[in-house]
Write a protein that binds this ligand. Structure first.
Ligand SMILES: [Fe+2]
Length: 401
């Protein structure tokens, strides 16, 4: 059956655009060549920009390609790489878009090479290329360039019917290899961007962690508090997500994956507004006066304003601003009620209270976890959202907190 090269090329190119993993891309291309184009085996040598070398990425086919160990990396000095990447050798491959092993003898004796002042070196290189191709069990090598840079070499085994490669076939492979090189380059760039984004994200989170810990330097009571509240908050959120129909008939919490990072950030920064509160109020051991309490309460709104320039997700700001709201509407700053209180805030409120109760203070010893749990249960539906308390109870009973 005759192969419709144009159609195969179109299909392959369309598939390539969708894939952003270079290795998977090579696998697909090689598999397509072997299966559809009736070639015994195929492989691809690919440029790895990070290490500045060429690597044999896959070698698969019906009979397989025997590659000696240690023969999967190719430096710029390797004959196969030199012949395709050095400009002076380009005329050798120009007419066929490839090096075909059957051509090598013909090429060596070509007039232009014999009469070229550099003829001996070219001949030697061709013989070394021939050796390399034999070792790789390759009948034809098709280079692929991206902006004149050698990106890949497609290595083709013999055809099943034993016939030689025709020029239209080589042209097809050259087009395919060139599309593949471009797709692989894009995939490599995409991977690089992804890595960069992940690095930035980590850096951002570390900055938030440092920011979150600054409040502990000022507030004598909060040593380690921020870290624990963050840990409890994330654990509660995960527990709620694992429990179906959280919140009962009144509504259920369905958290997107991004919510867990948001609550992590919100919990780290929930008391950041305390930086703006005078230390005499913050560290006062006795009961605060009404005036002092009014100032203290400002840390919620101040905190959400302070982190405004960070352009954090909405849930982060809500967690910071509303973590002192009460389920019965008697909290601050806005007196929000029930499920009008955002989930992030309702979760941090419980985590915050649990840690505050169980931590030692200079003037009192912390409650046992058991006593704190009893107190939190007692305040369910008044101070705390019942769904959040349920999750805390489950975590406590499972010994996870
Ligand atoms: Fe607070």
């Amino acid at each position: 059956m005759k192969i419709d090269y144009k159609k195969e090329l179109e299909t392959a190119s369309k598939g390539m655009i969708m894939i952003h993993d270079p290795r998977l891309l090579i696998k697909l291309i090689v598999r397509m060549i072997v299966r559809k184009l009736h070639i015994k085996h195929a492989a691809m040598i690919l440029y790895e920009p990070k290490k500045d070398i060429y690597v044999l990425n896959i070698s698969r086919g019906e009979i397989g390609m025997k590659v000696p160990p240690g023969f999967t990396r190719f430096s710029h000095e390797s004959p196969l790489i030199r012949i395709f990447s050095q400009r002076e050798f380009r005329p050798l491959t120009l007419d066929r878009n490839a090096i075909v092993s059957d051509d090598i003898n013909r090429l060596v004796w070509r007039e232009s090479i014999i009469h070229n002042g550099n003829g001996k070196a070219v001949k030697e290189l061709l013989y070394r290329v021939d050796e390399q191709m034999q070792m790789l069990n390759t009948a034809a090598c098709v280079p692929a360039y991206y902006r004149h840079k050698l990106m890949a070499i497609l290595l083709l085994g013999e055809k099943h019917d034993g016939t030689k490669f025709e020029q239209p076939e080589l042209d097809f492979f050259a087009a395919l290899a060139s599309d593949a090189a471009m797709a692989i380059r894009n995939a490599q760039l995409f991977e690089g961007l992804k890595r960069e984004a992940e690095r930035n994200r980590q850096l951002f989170l570390q900055t938030i962690e440092v920011l979150g810990s600054t409040i502990e330097a000022k507030d004598a009571y909060t040593h380690g508090h921020t870290g624990r509240v963050t840990e409890y908050s994330v654990a509660i959120a995960r527990q709620m997500a694992a429990t179906p129909a959280v919140g009962g008939a009144g509504g259920s919490a369905r958290f997107e994956e991004s919510f867990f990072e948001s609550i992590y950030i919100a919990a780290l920064l929930h008391d950041i507004g305390k930086i703006a509160i005078p230390e005499v109020i913050l560290n006062k051991q006795g009961k605060l006066t009404d005036e002092e309490y009014a100032v203290m309460k400002q840390h919620t709104v101040r905190g959400s304003e302070m982190v405004g320039p960070l352009r954090l997700p909405r849930e982060c700001l809500e967690g910071i601003k509303y973590h002192h709201e009460h389920f019965d509407g008697k909290g601050y700053p806005e007196g929000l009620k029930g499920e009008d209180i955002p989930w992030a805030a309702a979760i941090i409120a419980v985590a915050d209270a649990f840690d505050a109760m169980t931590s030692d203070r200079p003037y009192r010893k912390g409650l046992s976890k058991e006593a704190a749990m009893a107190e939190i249960k007692r305040c369910t539906g008044t101070q705390f959202n019942p769904a959040v308390v349920d999750a805390l109870v489950e975590l406590y009973e499972a010994g996870k907190i």
